[in-house]
Design a protein around this ligand. Structure first.
Ligand code: IMP
Ligand code: MG
Length: 424
Protein backbone atom coordinates (compact mmCIF):
# COMPACT_ATOMS: atom_id res chain seq x y z
CA UNK A 1 0.00 0.00 0.00
CA UNK A 2 0.98 3.62 -0.45
CA UNK A 3 0.55 6.36 2.09
CA UNK A 4 -1.69 9.38 1.34
CA UNK A 5 -0.57 12.80 2.52
CA UNK A 6 -2.78 15.83 3.20
CA UNK A 7 -1.11 19.24 3.30
CA UNK A 8 -2.09 22.89 3.53
CA UNK A 9 -1.15 24.97 0.48
CA UNK A 10 -1.31 28.46 2.03
CA UNK A 11 -0.42 29.88 5.47
CA UNK A 12 -2.30 27.25 7.48
CA UNK A 13 -5.95 27.21 8.55
CA UNK A 14 -7.12 25.98 5.16
CA UNK A 15 -9.68 23.65 6.73
CA UNK A 16 -7.43 20.60 7.04
CA UNK A 17 -9.23 19.40 10.20
CA UNK A 18 -12.57 19.09 8.44
CA UNK A 19 -11.12 17.43 5.34
CA UNK A 20 -9.14 14.89 7.38
CA UNK A 21 -12.37 14.12 9.18
CA UNK A 22 -14.15 13.57 5.84
CA UNK A 23 -11.35 11.35 4.49
CA UNK A 24 -10.64 9.39 7.69
CA UNK A 25 -13.29 6.64 7.22
CA UNK A 26 -11.22 5.34 4.27
CA UNK A 27 -8.03 4.94 6.35
CA UNK A 28 -6.85 2.66 9.15
CA UNK A 29 -4.12 4.94 10.50
CA UNK A 30 -3.93 8.74 10.71
CA UNK A 31 -0.43 10.11 11.38
CA UNK A 32 0.86 13.58 12.22
CA UNK A 33 4.43 14.07 10.98
CA UNK A 34 5.53 17.60 11.97
CA UNK A 35 4.72 20.55 14.18
CA UNK A 36 3.05 20.24 17.52
CA UNK A 37 0.56 22.19 19.58
CA UNK A 38 0.97 25.24 17.33
CA UNK A 39 -1.56 23.44 15.12
CA UNK A 40 -5.28 23.74 15.67
CA UNK A 41 -7.38 21.36 13.60
CA UNK A 42 -11.04 22.18 14.01
CA UNK A 43 -13.71 19.58 13.37
CA UNK A 44 -17.30 18.88 14.31
CA UNK A 45 -18.09 15.76 16.34
CA UNK A 46 -21.75 15.02 17.13
CA UNK A 47 -22.46 18.67 16.33
CA UNK A 48 -19.82 19.92 18.78
CA UNK A 49 -16.79 21.93 17.69
CA UNK A 50 -13.48 20.37 18.75
CA UNK A 51 -9.94 21.60 18.24
CA UNK A 52 -7.12 19.06 18.08
CA UNK A 53 -3.54 20.26 18.44
CA UNK A 54 -1.22 17.27 18.83
CA UNK A 55 -3.52 14.29 18.46
CA UNK A 56 -4.42 13.26 14.90
CA UNK A 57 -7.99 13.77 13.76
CA UNK A 58 -8.68 10.03 13.37
CA UNK A 59 -9.32 9.80 17.10
CA UNK A 60 -13.02 10.52 16.57
CA UNK A 61 -13.41 7.55 14.22
CA UNK A 62 -11.77 4.87 16.37
CA UNK A 63 -8.75 4.75 14.03
CA UNK A 64 -5.11 4.31 15.05
CA UNK A 65 -3.46 7.71 15.55
CA UNK A 66 0.27 8.23 15.28
CA UNK A 67 2.29 11.10 16.71
CA UNK A 68 5.31 10.89 14.40
CA UNK A 69 9.03 11.32 15.11
CA UNK A 70 8.97 14.66 13.26
CA UNK A 71 6.68 16.17 15.87
CA UNK A 72 7.38 18.11 19.04
CA UNK A 73 5.09 17.25 21.94
CA UNK A 74 4.23 19.30 25.01
CA UNK A 75 3.13 16.86 27.75
CA UNK A 76 0.96 19.50 29.47
CA UNK A 77 -1.01 20.34 26.34
CA UNK A 78 -1.17 16.66 25.40
CA UNK A 79 -2.71 15.95 28.80
CA UNK A 80 -5.33 18.70 28.41
CA UNK A 81 -6.21 17.36 24.97
CA UNK A 82 -6.64 13.88 26.47
CA UNK A 83 -8.87 15.36 29.20
CA UNK A 84 -10.98 17.17 26.59
CA UNK A 85 -11.34 13.96 24.55
CA UNK A 86 -12.28 11.87 27.58
CA UNK A 87 -15.69 13.62 27.57
CA UNK A 88 -16.45 11.89 24.29
CA UNK A 89 -15.86 8.37 25.70
CA UNK A 90 -13.37 7.47 23.00
CA UNK A 91 -10.81 4.70 23.20
CA UNK A 92 -7.69 6.77 23.77
CA UNK A 93 -4.94 4.58 25.24
CA UNK A 94 -5.43 1.87 22.61
CA UNK A 95 -5.63 4.25 19.68
CA UNK A 96 -2.76 6.67 20.23
CA UNK A 97 0.81 5.72 19.33
CA UNK A 98 3.65 8.12 20.11
CA UNK A 99 7.04 7.93 18.44
CA UNK A 100 9.94 7.40 20.82
CA UNK A 101 11.91 9.73 18.56
CA UNK A 102 9.48 12.66 18.81
CA UNK A 103 10.96 15.56 20.76
CA UNK A 104 9.60 16.95 24.00
CA UNK A 105 8.73 20.62 24.41
CA UNK A 106 10.14 21.62 27.81
CA UNK A 107 8.67 24.39 29.98
CA UNK A 108 11.86 26.35 29.30
CA UNK A 109 11.23 26.06 25.53
CA UNK A 110 8.01 27.99 26.01
CA UNK A 111 9.91 30.65 27.99
CA UNK A 112 12.63 30.82 25.35
CA UNK A 113 10.00 31.23 22.60
CA UNK A 114 8.68 34.31 24.41
CA UNK A 115 12.18 35.62 25.15
CA UNK A 116 13.33 35.30 21.50
CA UNK A 117 10.18 37.06 20.32
CA UNK A 118 10.65 39.88 22.83
CA UNK A 119 14.24 40.26 21.66
CA UNK A 120 13.15 40.60 18.02
CA UNK A 121 10.87 43.51 18.91
CA UNK A 122 9.05 44.86 15.83
CA UNK A 123 10.56 42.08 13.73
CA UNK A 124 8.93 39.38 15.82
CA UNK A 125 7.51 36.39 13.99
CA UNK A 126 4.29 36.34 15.96
CA UNK A 127 4.73 32.71 16.98
CA UNK A 128 2.04 30.77 18.79
CA UNK A 129 4.23 30.95 21.92
CA UNK A 130 4.12 27.17 22.38
CA UNK A 131 7.89 26.65 22.35
CA UNK A 132 7.93 25.13 18.86
CA UNK A 133 11.00 26.97 17.53
CA UNK A 134 13.21 26.40 20.61
CA UNK A 135 12.28 22.68 20.71
CA UNK A 136 13.29 22.26 17.05
CA UNK A 137 16.46 24.32 17.65
CA UNK A 138 17.45 21.82 20.34
CA UNK A 139 16.63 18.90 18.06
CA UNK A 140 18.87 20.18 15.26
CA UNK A 141 21.65 21.36 17.58
CA UNK A 142 21.59 17.89 19.16
CA UNK A 143 20.48 19.02 22.58
CA UNK A 144 16.91 17.73 22.50
CA UNK A 145 15.04 15.47 24.88
CA UNK A 146 12.95 12.76 23.27
CA UNK A 147 9.91 10.73 24.29
CA UNK A 148 12.15 7.64 24.51
CA UNK A 149 14.30 9.39 27.12
CA UNK A 150 11.40 9.22 29.58
CA UNK A 151 12.40 5.63 30.38
CA UNK A 152 16.09 6.20 30.79
CA UNK A 153 17.84 8.51 33.25
CA UNK A 154 15.20 11.11 32.55
CA UNK A 155 15.59 13.40 35.55
CA UNK A 156 19.30 13.90 34.99
CA UNK A 157 18.82 14.60 31.29
CA UNK A 158 16.03 17.06 32.06
CA UNK A 159 18.15 18.95 34.58
CA UNK A 160 21.06 19.19 32.11
CA UNK A 161 18.85 20.60 29.36
CA UNK A 162 17.08 23.14 31.53
CA UNK A 163 20.38 24.30 33.01
CA UNK A 164 21.42 25.43 29.53
CA UNK A 165 18.06 27.07 28.93
CA UNK A 166 18.18 28.97 32.22
CA UNK A 167 21.55 30.39 31.28
CA UNK A 168 20.19 31.54 27.92
CA UNK A 169 17.16 33.17 29.59
CA UNK A 170 19.47 34.92 32.03
CA UNK A 171 21.64 36.24 29.18
CA UNK A 172 18.51 37.69 27.57
CA UNK A 173 17.47 39.24 30.87
CA UNK A 174 14.15 37.44 30.67
CA UNK A 175 12.19 37.29 33.93
CA UNK A 176 10.25 34.10 34.55
CA UNK A 177 8.61 31.84 37.07
CA UNK A 178 9.48 28.25 36.18
CA UNK A 179 8.34 26.45 39.35
CA UNK A 180 4.60 26.29 38.62
CA UNK A 181 4.85 25.33 34.95
CA UNK A 182 7.58 22.81 35.71
CA UNK A 183 5.40 21.03 38.27
CA UNK A 184 2.51 20.44 35.87
CA UNK A 185 4.98 19.41 33.15
CA UNK A 186 6.55 16.71 35.35
CA UNK A 187 3.08 15.45 36.34
CA UNK A 188 2.04 15.30 32.70
CA UNK A 189 5.02 13.10 31.81
CA UNK A 190 3.30 10.40 33.89
CA UNK A 191 0.26 10.63 31.56
CA UNK A 192 2.46 10.04 28.51
CA UNK A 193 3.71 6.83 30.13
CA UNK A 194 0.18 5.40 29.82
CA UNK A 195 0.36 5.49 26.03
CA UNK A 196 1.94 3.19 23.41
CA UNK A 197 5.42 4.42 22.62
CA UNK A 198 6.66 3.06 19.31
CA UNK A 199 9.05 3.40 16.38
CA UNK A 200 6.79 5.00 13.77
CA UNK A 201 8.92 3.89 10.82
CA UNK A 202 8.54 0.25 11.81
CA UNK A 203 4.88 0.64 12.75
CA UNK A 204 3.84 2.37 9.53
CA UNK A 205 5.92 0.30 7.12
CA UNK A 206 4.63 -2.94 8.65
CA UNK A 207 1.07 -1.62 8.45
CA UNK A 208 1.53 -0.72 4.76
CA UNK A 209 2.95 -4.17 4.04
CA UNK A 210 -0.11 -5.74 5.68
CA UNK A 211 -2.36 -3.73 3.35
CA UNK A 212 -3.46 -1.14 5.90
CA UNK A 213 -4.17 2.37 4.69
CA UNK A 214 -2.37 5.40 6.12
CA UNK A 215 -3.20 9.10 5.88
CA UNK A 216 -0.49 11.57 6.92
CA UNK A 217 -2.03 14.74 8.36
CA UNK A 218 0.00 17.86 7.67
CA UNK A 219 -0.15 20.89 9.92
CA UNK A 220 0.36 24.61 9.17
CA UNK A 221 0.83 25.24 5.43
CA UNK A 222 3.36 25.35 2.60
CA UNK A 223 3.97 29.10 2.95
CA UNK A 224 5.01 28.44 6.59
CA UNK A 225 7.49 25.69 5.65
CA UNK A 226 10.97 26.39 7.05
CA UNK A 227 12.59 25.84 3.63
CA UNK A 228 9.93 26.93 1.14
CA UNK A 229 7.78 29.40 3.07
CA UNK A 230 8.09 33.14 3.55
CA UNK A 231 11.31 32.81 5.58
CA UNK A 232 12.02 33.94 8.30
CA UNK A 233 8.29 34.32 8.98
CA UNK A 234 7.69 30.59 9.03
CA UNK A 235 7.35 27.76 11.49
CA UNK A 236 10.32 25.52 12.33
CA UNK A 237 9.37 22.33 10.51
CA UNK A 238 8.88 21.04 6.97
CA UNK A 239 5.18 21.33 6.43
CA UNK A 240 5.32 20.14 2.81
CA UNK A 241 4.61 16.60 1.61
CA UNK A 242 8.28 15.57 1.78
CA UNK A 243 8.10 16.23 5.54
CA UNK A 244 5.91 13.12 5.84
CA UNK A 245 8.83 10.91 4.72
CA UNK A 246 11.19 12.34 7.33
CA UNK A 247 8.59 12.80 10.04
CA UNK A 248 7.29 9.23 9.92
CA UNK A 249 10.09 7.18 8.38
CA UNK A 250 8.52 6.25 5.04
CA UNK A 251 10.29 6.25 1.70
CA UNK A 252 9.33 8.78 -1.01
CA UNK A 253 8.44 5.81 -3.22
CA UNK A 254 5.67 4.97 -0.74
CA UNK A 255 3.82 8.27 -1.22
CA UNK A 256 0.57 7.82 -3.16
CA UNK A 257 -2.09 10.51 -3.21
CA UNK A 258 -1.23 14.04 -2.09
CA UNK A 259 -4.30 16.02 -1.06
CA UNK A 260 -3.59 19.75 -1.27
CA UNK A 261 -6.03 22.03 0.53
CA UNK A 262 -6.57 25.71 -0.11
CA UNK A 263 -9.16 28.28 0.88
CA UNK A 264 -11.00 30.34 -1.75
CA UNK A 265 -9.29 33.35 -0.19
CA UNK A 266 -6.15 33.70 1.99
CA UNK A 267 -5.47 34.16 5.68
CA UNK A 268 -2.36 34.45 7.79
CA UNK A 269 -1.82 34.62 11.58
CA UNK A 270 1.20 36.36 13.03
CA UNK A 271 3.62 38.65 11.20
CA UNK A 272 5.24 38.31 7.81
CA UNK A 273 4.58 39.18 4.18
CA UNK A 274 1.13 38.71 2.69
CA UNK A 275 0.85 40.32 -0.77
CA UNK A 276 -2.94 40.08 -1.13
CA UNK A 277 -3.76 41.24 2.40
CA UNK A 278 -6.82 43.51 2.69
CA UNK A 279 -6.71 46.02 5.52
CA UNK A 280 -10.11 47.46 4.53
CA UNK A 281 -13.78 46.60 4.97
CA UNK A 282 -13.50 43.70 2.50
CA UNK A 283 -10.82 42.10 4.69
CA UNK A 284 -13.08 42.69 7.66
CA UNK A 285 -15.99 41.05 5.83
CA UNK A 286 -13.89 37.96 5.03
CA UNK A 287 -12.83 37.73 8.67
CA UNK A 288 -16.33 38.02 10.02
CA UNK A 289 -18.11 35.68 7.54
CA UNK A 290 -15.23 33.20 7.59
CA UNK A 291 -14.89 33.41 11.39
CA UNK A 292 -11.17 33.93 10.92
CA UNK A 293 -9.86 33.87 14.46
CA UNK A 294 -6.96 31.61 15.49
CA UNK A 295 -8.12 28.30 16.96
CA UNK A 296 -4.98 28.04 19.13
CA UNK A 297 -4.27 31.64 20.13
CA UNK A 298 -7.61 33.37 19.41
CA UNK A 299 -5.77 36.05 17.42
CA UNK A 300 -7.56 37.74 14.49
CA UNK A 301 -6.38 36.24 11.23
CA UNK A 302 -5.24 38.64 8.54
CA UNK A 303 -7.42 38.16 5.44
CA UNK A 304 -6.95 38.76 1.72
CA UNK A 305 -7.79 37.58 -1.80
CA UNK A 306 -6.63 34.24 -3.14
CA UNK A 307 -3.02 34.24 -4.38
CA UNK A 308 -2.53 31.93 -7.37
CA UNK A 309 1.21 32.71 -7.65
CA UNK A 310 1.78 31.21 -4.21
CA UNK A 311 -0.77 28.45 -4.79
CA UNK A 312 0.80 27.23 -8.02
CA UNK A 313 4.21 27.14 -6.30
CA UNK A 314 2.72 25.12 -3.43
CA UNK A 315 1.06 22.63 -5.80
CA UNK A 316 4.41 21.93 -7.50
CA UNK A 317 6.46 21.59 -4.30
CA UNK A 318 3.98 19.16 -2.78
CA UNK A 319 3.26 17.22 -5.98
CA UNK A 320 -0.47 17.58 -5.33
CA UNK A 321 -2.59 14.88 -6.97
CA UNK A 322 -5.98 15.93 -5.55
CA UNK A 323 -6.78 19.59 -5.16
CA UNK A 324 -9.39 20.58 -2.55
CA UNK A 325 -10.95 24.02 -2.20
CA UNK A 326 -12.59 25.03 1.08
CA UNK A 327 -14.71 27.90 2.37
CA UNK A 328 -15.87 29.18 -1.02
CA UNK A 329 -19.23 29.81 0.74
CA UNK A 330 -17.52 32.73 2.52
CA UNK A 331 -17.50 34.55 -0.85
CA UNK A 332 -21.18 33.82 -1.59
CA UNK A 333 -22.36 37.42 -1.08
CA UNK A 334 -19.49 39.19 -2.88
CA UNK A 335 -20.33 41.26 -6.00
CA UNK A 336 -16.81 40.82 -7.33
CA UNK A 337 -14.17 38.24 -6.52
CA UNK A 338 -10.52 39.10 -7.05
CA UNK A 339 -7.79 36.60 -7.90
CA UNK A 340 -4.06 37.40 -7.75
CA UNK A 341 -2.53 36.14 -11.02
CA UNK A 342 0.94 37.76 -10.86
CA UNK A 343 3.19 39.92 -8.69
CA UNK A 344 4.50 43.28 -9.75
CA UNK A 345 7.95 43.94 -8.31
CA UNK A 346 9.56 47.32 -9.06
CA UNK A 347 7.45 47.70 -12.21
CA UNK A 348 8.09 44.17 -13.51
CA UNK A 349 5.45 41.44 -13.57
CA UNK A 350 6.29 37.90 -12.52
CA UNK A 351 4.45 34.65 -11.81
CA UNK A 352 7.38 33.32 -9.76
CA UNK A 353 7.73 33.49 -5.99
CA UNK A 354 10.62 35.88 -5.33
CA UNK A 355 13.48 35.12 -2.91
CA UNK A 356 12.01 37.58 -0.47
CA UNK A 357 8.32 38.50 -0.44
CA UNK A 358 8.55 42.05 0.91
CA UNK A 359 6.50 45.24 0.69
CA UNK A 360 7.67 45.93 -2.89
CA UNK A 361 5.66 42.89 -4.05
CA UNK A 362 2.28 44.13 -5.35
CA UNK A 363 -0.50 41.78 -6.44
CA UNK A 364 -1.90 41.91 -9.99
CA UNK A 365 -5.58 40.98 -9.97
CA UNK A 366 -8.11 39.42 -12.29
CA UNK A 367 -11.67 40.32 -11.32
CA UNK A 368 -14.52 37.90 -11.81
CA UNK A 369 -18.23 38.49 -11.06
CA UNK A 370 -19.37 36.93 -7.77
CA UNK A 371 -21.96 34.10 -7.87
CA UNK A 372 -24.28 35.81 -5.37
CA UNK A 373 -25.86 32.50 -4.32
CA UNK A 374 -26.04 30.83 -0.91
CA UNK A 375 -23.89 27.75 -1.57
CA UNK A 376 -24.09 26.25 1.92
CA UNK A 377 -26.91 23.89 0.92
CA UNK A 378 -25.60 22.99 -2.51
CA UNK A 379 -25.02 19.23 -2.50
CA UNK A 380 -23.99 18.47 -6.05
CA UNK A 381 -21.89 20.04 -8.77
CA UNK A 382 -24.97 20.10 -11.02
CA UNK A 383 -26.36 22.86 -8.80
CA UNK A 384 -23.31 25.15 -9.08
CA UNK A 385 -24.24 28.62 -10.34
CA UNK A 386 -22.67 29.52 -13.70
CA UNK A 387 -20.49 32.28 -12.18
CA UNK A 388 -19.11 29.77 -9.67
CA UNK A 389 -18.31 27.28 -12.44
CA UNK A 390 -16.50 30.03 -14.33
CA UNK A 391 -14.53 30.88 -11.19
CA UNK A 392 -13.50 27.23 -10.73
CA UNK A 393 -12.50 26.95 -14.36
CA UNK A 394 -10.37 30.08 -14.16
CA UNK A 395 -8.47 28.67 -11.17
CA UNK A 396 -8.06 25.27 -12.78
CA UNK A 397 -6.66 26.65 -16.03
CA UNK A 398 -4.18 28.87 -14.17
CA UNK A 399 -3.14 26.14 -11.74
CA UNK A 400 -3.11 23.44 -14.42
CA UNK A 401 -4.90 21.16 -12.02
CA UNK A 402 -8.50 20.12 -11.51
CA UNK A 403 -10.24 20.96 -8.26
CA UNK A 404 -11.56 17.58 -7.19
CA UNK A 405 -13.40 18.50 -4.00
CA UNK A 406 -15.22 21.68 -3.00
CA UNK A 407 -16.19 22.28 0.63
CA UNK A 408 -19.06 24.73 1.19
CA UNK A 409 -19.39 24.64 4.97
CA UNK A 410 -17.99 23.05 8.14
CA UNK A 411 -20.30 19.99 8.10
CA UNK A 412 -19.20 16.68 6.60
CA UNK A 413 -22.20 16.70 4.25
CA UNK A 414 -21.15 20.10 2.88
CA UNK A 415 -18.47 18.44 0.78
CA UNK A 416 -18.92 18.06 -2.97
CA UNK A 417 -16.80 15.58 -4.89
CA UNK A 418 -16.67 16.61 -8.54
CA UNK A 419 -16.83 13.95 -11.21
CA UNK A 420 -17.32 16.07 -14.29
CA UNK A 421 -13.83 17.50 -14.45
CA UNK A 422 -12.81 19.56 -17.46
CA UNK A 423 -9.88 18.48 -19.60
CA UNK A 424 -7.21 21.12 -18.96
P1 IMP B 1 5.35 28.85 15.61
O1 IMP B 1 5.01 27.65 14.77
O2 IMP B 1 4.57 28.92 16.89
O3 IMP B 1 6.82 29.00 15.82
O4 IMP B 1 4.90 30.15 14.78
C1 IMP B 1 5.53 30.56 13.58
C2 IMP B 1 4.53 31.18 12.62
O5 IMP B 1 3.66 30.19 12.12
C3 IMP B 1 3.63 32.25 13.25
O6 IMP B 1 3.34 33.22 12.26
C4 IMP B 1 2.35 31.48 13.58
O7 IMP B 1 1.22 32.32 13.64
C5 IMP B 1 2.29 30.52 12.40
N1 IMP B 1 1.61 29.28 12.71
C6 IMP B 1 2.07 28.25 13.45
N2 IMP B 1 1.18 27.25 13.48
C7 IMP B 1 0.13 27.64 12.75
C8 IMP B 1 -1.10 27.01 12.38
O8 IMP B 1 -1.38 25.87 12.73
N3 IMP B 1 -1.94 27.75 11.60
C9 IMP B 1 -1.62 28.99 11.16
N4 IMP B 1 -0.48 29.61 11.46
C10 IMP B 1 0.39 28.94 12.25
MG1 MG C 1 -5.41 25.93 12.44
Amino acid sequence: MKISVLVGLQWGDEGKGKMIDVLTPEYDIIARFQGGPNAGHTLLFNGEKCVLCSIPSGIFHGKKNVIGNGMVLDPVLFRSEIEMLSFFHLDLTDNIYISRRAHLILPTHRLLDKAYEAQKGVNKIGTTGKGIGPAYIDKVSRNGLRIGDIDCDFEKKYIDKTYRHKKLLQQMNFKYDLASIEKEWVESIEIIKQFNRIDTDDFINKALNKGETVLAEGAQGTMLDVDFGSYPFVTSSNTVCAGACIGLGVSPTKIGDVFGIFKAYCTRVGSGPFPTELSDSIGEKLRSIGNEYGSVTGRSRRCGWIDLVALRYAIIINGVTQLIMTKSDVLDSFEIVKICIAYEINGRKTKKIPFEINSSVKPVYKELPGWKTDMSNVDSEDKFPKAFEDYLEFLEVFLEKNIKIVSVGPGRNQTIVRNKLKQL
